[in-house]
Design a protein around this ligand. Structure first.
Ligand code: NDP
Length: 247
């Protein structure tokens, strides 16, 4: 495996906006081949074209991470196109905040399906290739909400605690295969995340708070690049960051 980001093959779920899109730009500009997954195929196709027009290597594969076969296809496409997979960034997620008593059971299901099962499907798709290569790096996106629980964020927090738990187990289990694992736990970052909040009062409150303090998505992209850039014998296990103004 090459060191740094240069020539690494990086698969990114949730690449159609926010953190995933920013990371695709950041890593492609630093020599990585990026393979972009998300449901909005128009967005990822346009991003791949934009990167290719600048001379970077990028491919888009329409992917719903709640379908394990689609996630496998995303990863297999990366391996077929570029010969290997060096980094799997399990980033796709959603955060429809609401207090439990509002019984948004469908949204609980969607968060569990995307935020937890989507990450597991990403691991399932990448692991066989990485085991065979005896190298690789799986980066899972948790949150500050994987460390603390606030009222109204209970189910989202549960999914992000789960991401940290399964990442820690993964870290210990893949030692024999020289695979690195990193959890990235961002605080408030300016993306489309709050658009998925269906309860309008909750959304307004979240926007009023986050809008004032959120940092740019490139902040996250830089943390990914930092973890990837470390030498192969160094595994950055977790990065937790917040805007300086965030409590
Ligand atoms: P965005 O809403 O901007 O991006 C979310 C991404 O996830 C989109 O690309 C979306 O693509 C994708 N996605 C959602 N559902 C699916 C699905 N079923 N299959 C495939 N892709 C899906 O938000 P962020 O960039 O902020 O979110 C990225 C990650 O960061 C999430 O896991 C989030 O929980 C986490 N996070 C974000 C923070 C923030 O403050 N922004 C803080 C802490 C963590 P599409 O709709 O095209 O499928």
């Amino acid at each position: 495996m090459s060191q740094g980001t240069e020539n690494k093959v990086v698969v990114i779920t949730g690449a159609s906006s926010g953190l995933g899109e920013a990371t695709a730009h950041h890593l492609a500009e630093r020599g990585a081949s990026v393979v972009l997954g998300a449901r909005r195929s128009d967005r990822i196709a346009a991003l791949a074209e934009e990167l290719a027009a600048k001379g970077y290597r990028a491919k888009a594969v329409q992917t719903d991470v709640t379908d394990q076969h689609q996630v496998k296809k995303l990863v297999d496409t990366a391996v077929n196109a570029f010969g290997r997979i060096d980094v799997m960034l399990n980033n796709a997620g959603l955060m429809p905040l609401a207090p439990l008593e509002r019984l948004k059971v469908d949204e609980w299901d969607r968060m569990i399906d995307v935020n937890i099962k989507g990450v597991l499907y990403g691991i399932a798709a990448a692991l066989p290739h990485m085991k065979a290569q005896k190298s690789g790096h799986i980066i899972n996106v948790s949150s500050v909400y994987g460390h603390v629980v606030d009222p109204g964020a209970t189910v989202y927090c549960a999914t992000k605690f789960a991401v940290r738990a399964l990442s820690e187990g993964l870290r210990k289990e893949v030692k024999p295969y020289n695979i690195r694992t990193t959890i990235i736990s961002p605080g408030a970052v300016n993306t489309e995340l709050l658009e998925h909040i269906s309860e309008k009062d909750i959304q307004a409150g979240a926007k009023a708070f986050v809008g004032k303090i959120a940092v740019s998505a490139d902040t996250f992209a830089r943390t990914v690049a930092f973890a990837v850039n470390e030498p192969d014998d160094v595994d950055i296990n977790e990065i937790l960051f917040r805007p300086t103004a965030q409590p």
